[in-house]
Design a protein around this ligand. Structure first.
Ligand code: AMP
Length: 209
């Protein structure tokens, strides 16, 4: 099963991706995580990606598409994959179609007014990637799941978040229509608890398995 997870920054894609990946045994492929790993290792791609990510802009399509194309030919993707944060433009979706057939697009639908607060208060585990919000951490600085150190992503500041939300609206949201026309999208309300949202996603994915 080849699945795309679509949604605005802060909609909960990462949180849901971890759950989907473990329930359906699909490799979780997050282009954002791939870029962050490259930045950490100071690769050529990392240096380039950083210059866009720090401004809340998209990394150019050619670079991003090549990374995904190379990743999807790896053995663990043979029986399916879960793409998180890709595609983010119509051009990326068109390139993806050339090398893979998508079975289902889950769109996590959330009111924009929640996102600024969610993203600026987000803390992420350095080790396992789990996300938290400062309002529920009660001052804790380590991950409940693995004990890893929590940190604030550099692009989770008001100015960069605003730019990411604008980019989403202009360049990524048109994908909702694009996949609706193809008849493969399921819209899931993202305002509930992570468990409630996950239950809706499971219902959708079980029906196409
Ligand atoms: P994310 O972790 O998905 O929020 O991604 C963090 C940042 O990485 C984004 O704001 C973009 O700058 C970059 N990025 C991630 N995925 C893509 C993509 N599919 N196309 C272009 N840039 C991306």
């Amino acid at each position: 099963m080849n699945v795309i997870l679509l949604g605005a920054p802060g909609a909960g894609k990462g949180t849901q991706a971890t759950r989907i990946s473990s329930r359906y045994n699909l490799p979780h492929i997050s282009t954002g995580d791939i870029f962050r790993a490259n930045i950490k290792n100071q690769t050529e791609i990392g240096v380039l990606a950083k210059s866009y990510i720090d401004k809340g802009q998209l990394v150019p399509d050619e670079v991003t598409c090549k990374i995904v194309e190379n990743r999807l030919i790896e053995k663990d993707c043979e029986n399916g994959y879960l793409l998180d944060g890709f595609p983010r433009t119509i051009a990326q979706a068109e390139v993806l179609e050339k090398f893979s057939k998508v079975d289902c697009v889950i769109n996590i639908d959330i009111d924009f007014s929640f996102l600024m607060e969610r993203l600026c208060g987000r803390r992420v585990c350095k080790n396992c990637g789990e996300s938290y919000h400062v309002s529920t951490l009660n001052g804790k600085t380590s991950c409940e799941k693995c004990g890893g150190e929590l940190y604030q992503r550099k692009d989770d500041n008001p100015e960069t978040v605003q730019s990411r939300l604008n980019v989403y609206e202009n360049q990524t949201a048109p994908l909702i229509d694009y996949y609706t026309r193809k008849g493969i999208i399921v819209n899931v309300a993202g305002a509930g608890t992570p468990e409630e949202v996950f239950a809706l996603i499971v219902k959708a994915l079980d029906s196409i398995k």
